[in-house]
Ligand binder design. Structure first.
Ligand SMILES: [Zn+2]
Length: 280
């Protein structure tokens, strides 16, 4: 992977509000090319998802800010590849922290302390642009997408990724919430999706519909797998349902499979007993 571009601000094309993507120095199997941080605005800046704690990347942010005012640090969620860099940046700039604090379950960045309890629909207003907060639970419960209203540009964090699909991490992550959140976004007149990992996507409606279709196809594969195997364990089922992913991804596939099964149990389609699953 090309890490040479990491840390250098690259402008997004065709936006009224200036937005620069700054790629993180953390490429990997779960982060793709690395975490995308985004610097928004001209003089009143916001920085979205500073990524992991990384002194060199901190210096890159300070260089990109170039003496201007950093008003807000926006956090999509508190996974280690998105929020831990906020602490030092906030101390250095005095920017206000926007996002939701870490949930109790899962491995989250507990150092992130938002300035207040932010809610779905809150709007951050500067002289240059406005950013609307959209609560999109699913990948994790404290996930926000952020909308630049002037451009209908949506920062999607790990809710919608480019080049890969999000892992749903129960019990905090929830497949029902994930699909509901996607349904909510599908109704919005969006022009661009700027993900936490991967490239900007120019046809949001198509991307979202494909993602929903992908999840529903996987869900029908879960039902098909249970019918084929009969009463079975998660370890048995995952190999049938995720026969198209590499072995190294199976531990992650098990988490998302669990999320599918919890949803299907809630829907009355499957039942669990003594760590075995079966279709109804
Ligand atoms: Zn995440």
């Amino acid at each position: 992977m090309d890490v040479s571009k990491a840390g250098i601000p690259v402008p997004l094309p065709n936006t009224k509000v200036p937005v620069h993507r700054i790629l993180g120095r953390n490429p990997g199997p779960m982060t793709g090319p690395g975490t995308n941080s985004y610097l928004i605005g001209d003089q009143q800046l916001s920085l979205l998802d500073p990524g992991p704690r990384d002194d060199a990347q901190f210096d890159n942010f300070i260089a990109a800010i170039a003496g201007r005012k950093l008003s807000y640090i926006l956090i999509t969620h508190t996974h280690g590849d998105h929020s831990p860099g906020a602490l030092r940046l906030q101390e250095a700039t005095g920017a206000e922290l926007v996002g939701l604090a870490a949930p109790e379950f899962g491995s989250h960045d507990q150092t992130f302390k938002p300035s207040k309890l932010w809610s779905d629909g809150d709007v951050i207003q500067t002289d240059e642009y406005s950013v609307r907060l959209i609560h999109t639970p699913g990948h994790v419960s404290n996930h926000f997408c952020f909308l630049i209203e002037q451009d209908q540009l949506l920062f999607t964090g790990d809710h919608i990724l480019q080049g890969t699909t999000s892992v749903i991490l129960p019990p905090d992550g929830d497949m029902t919430h994930y699909l509901d959140s996607l349904g909510q976004l599908e109704k919005m007149p969006l022009r661009f999706l700027a993900p936490g990992h991967g490239e900007v996507m120019a046809d949001p409606g198509k991307e979202i519909r494909q993602l929903v279709a992908h999840r529903l196809k996987r869900e029908s594969k879960v039902i098909g797998g249970l019918k084929e195997l009969g009463r079975c364990t998660l370890d048995e089922l995952v190999l049938v349902v995720y026969d198209d992913v590499g072995k190294h991804l199976i531990p992650w596939a098990k988490k998302t499979l669990t999320a599918h099964l919890i949803k299907l149990e809630r829907d009355g389609a499957v039942r669990s007993e003594n760590e075995h699953w079966q279709a109804l």
